[in-house]
Write a protein that binds this ligand. Structure first.
Ligand code: HEM
Length: 507
């Protein structure tokens, strides 16, 4: 090789080295982003995350948080993610400076398809549309008078639930917890949204379509490389087909309800809620800023949002709670005893009973602490460029709050890995504020402006279902197949091997 060739090679390698170093730095620099793990040119940290072959939440939990601390940047293709893990910074962003961090980032074409261009509470940017939709949701679906008026829905759904559990146990010798809880909670939410008692087969169909929607809207490659969107035409076509399936499934419910409302309440046996009591009734006449009166597509989106947001979160919590009761019979007996003290062995547990059961409340809180259904909140965005922890948070970044760490932090909890409901009666959990307003020690519902608007309803569904199941049955592991607490990600963080349990009738 000639000397000039060697020289060219030397300079090419030198250039490559500087080029690599320049492009692999994440954060810092003149932009003053929080520093983060070095990435690769062009793809940033995306390649490393994919190579981990496990969901991003577990990579953050097991490696990145410990290494990069309270706030760090991940460059995922074209998208910049700022990850916030410390309770102080989360409190500052969500509570003290709530409005500044209350928006949502840009959405992928697939998600825009399902939200009809961000016409949903969870995806709307912080502004008049979000405010109107959220206010309507809270006053029409979640206000205490409406929750009381609709308590028959939960009674109906839980009666079916108990019958289904008995049937399954006699057929198979055990029950599958997650699938049964999903179906029941989903049936409650469908009825709250559309005011209709529909058949179990129809509920199953809706539930499976909504699950497919959730999976297809999870982040995929085009989310991180919007420039490549034209290459993903097949995925977009699949998403459109699924959207049509969703519309076909839910538009008949919208139309039936509309006809019922317009006729002043004359409907078939399916229509079970009086006019005004179903969530959709309030949406028919709603004037949404920038949108005007909502069309059928928007109505489907808003009702699906409520059903989706409330189904997996509550069912996941019930599965984890029952896992701990199966594994620790002492806790289960203590809970059963409390329920019997309130309603007797043969009584029916009501919604007002569960509010008075302190040990039940402690079991549910401990489940939310140890197993928050989402380890992150939904992605947030700032309304304009701002600072957090001394770093710049750009307007186009996704701000990800890793809230599950707050409830695991040994500086905030004694023996955080242990499932110990008693801590909420005496000890380190007494007076914990789950809304995080005063102090952040656990945040299963988020905090601040975007906190889950259905916090009380979601908790009620979990309390009531759990109390009914423990009152009716003794829950035991399947002989020879002890349940494993291994986790996996399926929109929420669920048990990798879904819980199966033997149930013995108590009376
Ligand atoms: C155990 C039950 C539940 C848990 C743990 C839970 C948790 C959460 C969390 C963590 C968020 C994100 C907050 C953020 O991004 O800052 C959220 C948002 C939301 N949840 Fe829930 N949720 C539950 C039940 C429900 C139910 C039953 C409904 C509807 C009936 C619901 C409707 C919503 C909506 C509409 C949002 C979006 C709020 C917004 O962006 O302003 N959730 N929830």
């Amino acid at each position: 090789m000639a000397f000039t060739d060697l020289l060219i090679l030397f300079f090419a390698l030198l250039f490559l080295r500087f080029w690599w170093r320049y492009w692999s730095v994440t954060g810092g620099g003149p932009k003053n982003l929080p520093p983060g793990p070095p990435g690769w040119p062009i793809v940033g940290n995306l390649g490393q995350v994919i190579l981990q072959r496990r969901h991003f939440v577990f990579t953050v939990r097991d490696h990145l948080r410990a290494k990069y601390g309270p706030i760090f940047t991940m460059q995922m293709g074209q998208r910049t993610l700022v990850i916030v893990t410390s309770s102080d910074l989360i409190h500052e962003a969500l509570v003290q400076r709530g409005p500044a961090f209350a928006s949502r980032p840009e959405d992928s074409p697939i998600r825009l398809l399902f939200s009809v261009g961000k016409c949903a509470i969870n995806s709307a940017e912080y502004g008049p549309l979000w405010r109107t939709l959220r206010r309507n949701f809270v006053t029409e679906l979640i206000n205490p008078a409406r929750v009381k008026q609709c308590s028959w829905v939960r009674k109906w759904a839980l009666e079916n639930h108990m019958k289904r559990l008995r049937r399954e146990a006699s057929e198979k010798g055990f029950v599958e917890v997650m699938s049964n809880c999903r179906l029941t909670i989903c049936s409650v939410l469908i009825c709250l949204c559309f005011g209709a008692k529909i058949s179990e087969d129809e509920i199953k169909k809706i539930e499976s379509v909504l699950k497919e929607v959730m999976l297809i809207t999870l982040p995929k490659l085009p989310d991180f490389f919007p420039v490549l969107t034209p290459l993903f035409r097949k995925q977009l076509r699949q998403a459109k087909a699924l959207r049509n399936k969703q519309l076909e499934c839910l538009i008949p419910l919208v139309r039936n309800r509309k006809a019922f409302v317009e006729s002043g309440g004359n409907g078939g046996p399916e229509m079970a809620s009086p006019v005004g009591a179903a969530y959709i009734d309030s949406l028919f006449g709603l004037d949404a800023p920038g949108r005007g009166k909502l069309g059928e597509e928007e109505l489907v989106t808003l009702c699906s949002e409520a059903i989706n947001a409330g189904t997996d979160t509550s069912a996941t919590t019930l599965e984890w709670a029952l896992l701990h009761l199966v594994l620790d019979q002492e806790i289960q007996e203590k809970l059963y005893k409390e329920i019997v003290e309130h309603v007797g062995k043969d009584g029916l547990v009501t919604e007002s009973d569960v509010e008075k059961m302190s040990y039940l409340g402690a079991v549910v809180k401990e489940t939310f602490r140890r197993h928050p259904p989402g380890h992150f909140l939904l992605s947030h965005a700032v309304t304009e460029e701002t600072k957090l922890g001394g770093y710049t948070i750009p307007e186009n970044a996704s701000v990800e709050f890793y809230t599950s760490w707050v409830a695991e932090d040994p500086a905030l909890w004694d023996d955080p890995g242990k499932f110990r409901p008693e801590r909420f009666l005496v000890g380190d959990g007494v007076d914990v504020d789950v809304t995080g307003t005063r102090a952040m020690r656990m945040l299963p519902f988020g905090a601040g402006r975007r906190i889950c608007p259905a916090l009380t309803l979601g908790t009620l569904h979990v309390l009531l279902s759990l109390a009914r199941m423990v009152h009716a049955f003794k829950w035991l592991p399947v002989p020879g197949a002890p349940p494993s607490p291994a986790e996996t990600f399926a929109f929420t963080v669920v048990m990798k091997d879904p819980l199966k349990a033997v149930i013995l009738p108590r009376v």
